[in-house]
Design a protein around this ligand. Structure first.
Ligand SMILES: [Fe+2]
Length: 290
């Protein structure tokens, strides 16, 4: 069956060939979404091999946001030196020198992220600034997040955003780990769906949305397409396009973070409720992935 809004299974994407002499770390880097899907920004998935170093660089054309999926890293951002763990969101503003080291000798460090409003990897304005040194590695860590210059937020400390069941929000909670209060030009949000909860049909007239399945599996509708997404899958939703997401499991939770691109929060996204997800929607033939 033809489909207009295919979802993306990250593991099936071919890694980029990146030049380690320009500071890229040993590992794998995949472009998940970019201008090829009509997206204004570039979403990436990166695996840093054990002890790999992504050396000093800055992005002259865009902010970067990234999230630690697994592993243990040391991140530098301007004067900040922070150890990062699963659940951390980090915002690196345009032009700020930054770097990332996998501190584990055994395990990969895995992240997802966004080059905000850079429509391709080549459009980020990346400038390599040299190696990470022993001095960087041994520098005192910035342990008090109140002393950080750039936002680092752990998901366990993010307050809920109040949403209305009358507007189709039946999932257990919604929050915004990075939003305009952190200076983010694109809001990184997260929906947490207990068994059988649904985010009903809606659209965002003022922003594109990216939806990533962090945990669980869900049935997603985007336009006329219906896809069953599992952990690690991504859906791109153009501005104004109707979409919804349902957790069909009796027992498992569904956790789905993502971005409202170019707006600082849900309240700026042009949210409009389009109506309930019906039995017919749930039972419709599934369409495919990219
Ligand atoms: Fe949405």
């Amino acid at each position: 069956m033809a489909f207009q809004h295919p979802y993306i299974r990250i593991g099936g994407l071919t890694p980029e060939k990146l030049d380690e002499s320009k500071g890229w770390p040993e590992g794998e880097f995949r472009v998940v979404l970019d201008e090829k899907q009509g997206c204004s920004s570039t979403m990436f998935h990166q695996i840093l091999a054990p002890n790999a170093v992504h050396h000093r660089h800055r992005l002259d054309n865009c902010d970067e946001q990234y999230y630690i999926l697994s592993g243990h890293g040391l991140a530098g951002a301007g004067p900040d030196r922070v150890e990062v763990h699963p659940g951390h969101y980090h915002l690196i503003p345009k032009g700020v020198e930054h770097w990332l080291v996998n501190l584990s000798r055994n395990d990969p460090l895995i992240i997802i992220g966004l080059y905000d409003r850079a429509p391709s990897l080549g459009a980020t304005g990346c400038v390599h600034l040299g190696g990470v040194t022993e001095e960087d590695m041994n520098a005192p860590r910035t342990l008090d997040t109140g002393r950080l210059q750039y936002p680092l937020v752990h998901q366990d400390a993010v307050p809920m955003v109040k949403v209305s069941k009358d507007e189709g929000w039946t999932q257990d909670y919604f929050c915004e780990p990075l939003n305009r209060s952190h200076g983010a030009g694109s809001c990184w949000m997260l929906g947490y769906f207990g068994p059988h909860t649904v985010h009903m049909k809606h659209r965002h007239d003022r922003c594109e949305e990216i939806c990533y399945i962090l945990k669980g599996r869900g049935l997603a509708g985007v336009g006329a397409d219906r896809g069953e997404l599992v952990e690690g899958d991504v859906h791109y939703i153009p501005a104004g396009c109707e979409h919804w997401l349902a957790n069909l499991s009796d027992t498992e939770d569904l956790v789905a973070p993502g971005w409202y691109i170019g707006v600082g929060g849900l309240d700026e996204s042009g949210f409009a409720y389009n109506g309930p997800v019906t039995e017919e929607d749930i039972n419709a033939p599934r369409t495919g992935k990219l």
